[in-house]
Design a binder for this molecule. Structure first.
Ligand code: KIV
Length: 289
């Protein structure tokens, strides 16, 4: 492992990377083995995204994800991540009722689940005030603009954001406002690459893109998409680096065939009695007594 891979990733280190023009590598993870692999590979930031709801829990979108589900999975990820910065995603309705409840929920990611920061979608004036309050409570916050999946019921479907002049201006303003509110980084999701480049140039804090082109300070993608865990539709911005769905399907089908055809377990997978006695003899003798 290189020295860089051994260094514990902190928020100042992410800023240093932006300054040095070094790309930040971010990825989602949702459990212990995933976090161990992602960490071992040298990823800088692990987001326990509320995408958990869709890729792990089988929900249609991220709306049903609860705080307890997020905490449960963030705990597992924190146990597996020794080096990467772990960020917990504030799920829908964990920050909509009051400032007090928002800060309490955000603090759970740090106090109970071992995360170092939280992420929150949106940049409305009310959201910005909440972000300021969280930061005041020593909770580092990552912002998120562009496509914000928790707005699915307004949007109707997941789609590219910021193509029109009005939308583009709103997204730039949102990113600037988030920076003013004190976030340490901003996720730019599904926006035109020219817009992401402009935001990245204007911000001091690092931008992390997903479907936002190559000019962001870093990139993030959903773990399951990267490794091809699921079959079916993937957005255009995903690059599959492995085909786990096919690999796992092949493995499970072979196992099923082997069990059905009595090919598994073999002797090599079986335990034996200590040599020197025959279990049938022993039991039969006992019965005779
Ligand atoms: O929930 C998530 O995984 C996310 C990232 C894709 C940015 O918000």
């Amino acid at each position: 492992m290189s020295d860089q891979k051994n260094q514990y990733v902190t928020i100042p280190r992410l800023f240093a990377k932006k300054e040095a023009g070094e790309k930040i590598v971010a990825l989602t993870a949702y459990d212990y083995p995933m976090a161990r692999i992602v960490d071992e590979a040298g990823v800088d930031l692990i987001l326990v995204g509320d995408s958990l709801g869709m890729v792990v829990l089988g929900y249609e979108n991220t709306i049903p994800v609860t705080m307890d589900e997020m905490i449960h999975h963030t705990k597992a990820v924190s146990r597996g991540a020794k080096r990467a910065l772990v960020v917990g995603d504030m799920p829908y309705f964990s920050f909509h009722l009051s400032e007090k409840e928002t800060i309490f929920n955000a603090s759970r990611f740090l106090k109970e689940a071992g995360a170092k920061a939280v992420k929150i979608e949106g940049a409305s004036p009310r959201r910005l005030k909440l972000i300021e309050s969280m930061i005041e409570a020593e909770i580092p916050v990552m912002g998120h603009v562009g496509l914000t999946p928790q707005s699915i019921n307004h949007l109707g479907r997941f789609r590219v954001s910021g193509k029109t002049p009005d939308e583009a201006k709103r997204i730039v303003q949102g990113a600037l406002d988030l920076q003013d509110a004190g976030v340490f980084s901003v996720i730019l999701e599904c926006i035109p690459k020219e817009l992401a480049e402009e935001i990245t140039t204007r911000l001091i804090v690092p931008t992390i893109g997903i479907g936002a082109g190559p000019h962001c300070d870093g990139q993030i993608i959903v773990f399951h998409d990267l490794v091809g865990f699921m079959d079916g539709y993937l957005p255009k911005f995903v690059k599959k680096y492995a085909y786990l769905h096919e690999t796992i399907l092949g493995a499970v089908s072979s196992y099923s065939d082997d069990v059905r055809h009595k090919q598994f377990p073999e002797d090599a997978h079986s335990y034996h009695l200590k040599s020197g006695f025959d279990i049938r003899d022993l039991l039969d003798k006992k019965r005779e007594k």
